[in-house]
Design a protein around this ligand. Structure first.
Ligand SMILES: *Cc1c(COP(=O)(O)O)cnc(C)c1O
Length: 365
């Protein structure tokens, strides 16, 4: 028998979250962001739940090929554009739209031989200072693209650094609006946080929103808001079972480094899940875990293949009992991936992307 750890992708939750983001989008279209293998869920596994998107956006050309192989004939956008000239051949062959964020990408397009002109998303750096043309250079880049026979439609795009936080997006929105005011073309600005927190503004929704994390059911601005606040449902559950039980006496310690010591008699369950499964090693005593749907806490350190949990709130639990690391538990219980991420000093994004290859996945409704 394989180890009992298992991840499940919830198709119904993906559909629900997509519908939620459609409400946030108003009249705007919705890119479903499936980069990083659909944030660790698996492109093939999320496809059915997300086939209601207007397009799929991702980074990796192989991932674009996988989306086409699933029979998707609608838009696909390469969020970082091409990396080398021959990538443009694949764009032509698979009809991929691509971001253009630097002069080198325009140079490559100018050399590209194609019968089918490309649709590009010209990216402005409005303050994130990662990819994109500086505001002062954007219009020249637009004119260069407009003059190329290899390009037909030019859309405009930018990305916010603080849509999830107190600084907000106002400063970037202003720069983008000022520079692009009289340029034609569709616009795409907002990620999940921008669409949910600032989507009342039609300039933020624009023509396309680009939600990633929200469609996977994690709150983009935890702990300010949780997934329930945004009416999002977890699209992934990580679950396992208890494979051993220890009865501790006062003073007994658990695990490497003896980081936890019992101050009273304590039953401890050993769950088959460790950092080699993608459970964050930075979690420490107190991190929530569900056992048979009842909320309890981890005690001691995370080891490679196991964690240890306090069975006090679930006295009937024992060998074989169900453990939920995040997502949906039995009987409607829920444990947010955002809480586990916070306990590890990171974000839900990282945890979902980091579920290890040794964890078997399945898909449910
Ligand atoms: C990843 C990404 C998104 C999605 O961001 P979320 O915070 O997951 O909604 C949107 N736009 C770009 C350019 C991205 O790289």
């Amino acid at each position: 028998m394989p180890r009992p750890i298992h991840a499940t992708v919830h198709t119904g939750a993906l559909r629900h979250n997509l519908a939620r983001m459609r409400r946030a989008a108003g009249d705007a279209r919705v890119w479903g962001i499936v980069k990083a293998n659909a944030y660790g869920h698996g492109i093939e596994r999320v496809f059915d739940g997300l086939r209601g998107v207007d397009g799929f956006a991702l980074l990796d050309l192989q991932e674009a090929e996988r989306v086409r192989a699933l029979g998707w004939r609608g838009p696909i956008l390469l969020l970082e554009g091409v990396f080398e000239a021959r990538d443009l051949e694949l764009c032509s062959r698979l009809n991929l739209w691509h971001v253009v964020h630097c002069e080198q990408q325009i140079d490559m397009l100018a050399m590209h031989k194609t019968h089918q002109p490309h649709r590009v998303f010209l990216k402005m750096n409005s303050g994130m200072n990662r990819l994109g043309f500086a505001p002062a250079r954007l219009r020249a880049a637009w004119s260069r693209l407009d003059a190329l026979p290899q390009v037909d439609e030019i859309s405009l795009m930018t990305h916010f650094s603080d849509a999830d936080g107190p600084r907000g997006i106002g400063h970037q929105l202003q720069v983008f609006a000022d520079v692009t005011r009289d340029l034609p073309g569709e616009r795409s600005l907002g990620n999940s946080a921008a669409a949910l927190r600032h989507g009342d503004d039609p300039a933020v929704r624009a023509d396309w929103i680009r939600p990633g994390i929200a469609i996977y059911g994690s709150a983009p601005d935890f702990p300010a808001h949780d997934a329930a606040h945004w009416e999002l449902q977890p699209a992934m559950t990580l679950a396992s079972r208890i494979i051993g039980v220890q009865e501790l006496a006062p003073g007994d310690t658990v695990g490497y480094g003896s980081s936890f010591a019992a101050d009273a008699p304590l039953r401890v369950g050993v769950v088959a899940c460790g950092y080699a499964d993608g459970y964050p090693r930075h979690c420490s005593t107190g991190t929530p875990v569900l056992v048979d749907g009842v909320r309890t806490r981890m005690v001691g350190r995370v080891s490679m293949d196991m964690i240890t949990v306090d069975l006090t709130p679930v006295p009937r639990a024992g060998f074989g009992s169900h453990a939920t690391l995040w997502g949906r538990g039995p009987d409607g219980a829920m444990l947010s991936i955002d809480e586990i991420a916070a306990a590890a000093g990171t974000v839900g994004y990282e945890l979902m992307c980091a579920v290890a290859p040794r964890v078997p996945f399945s898909v449910d409704e």
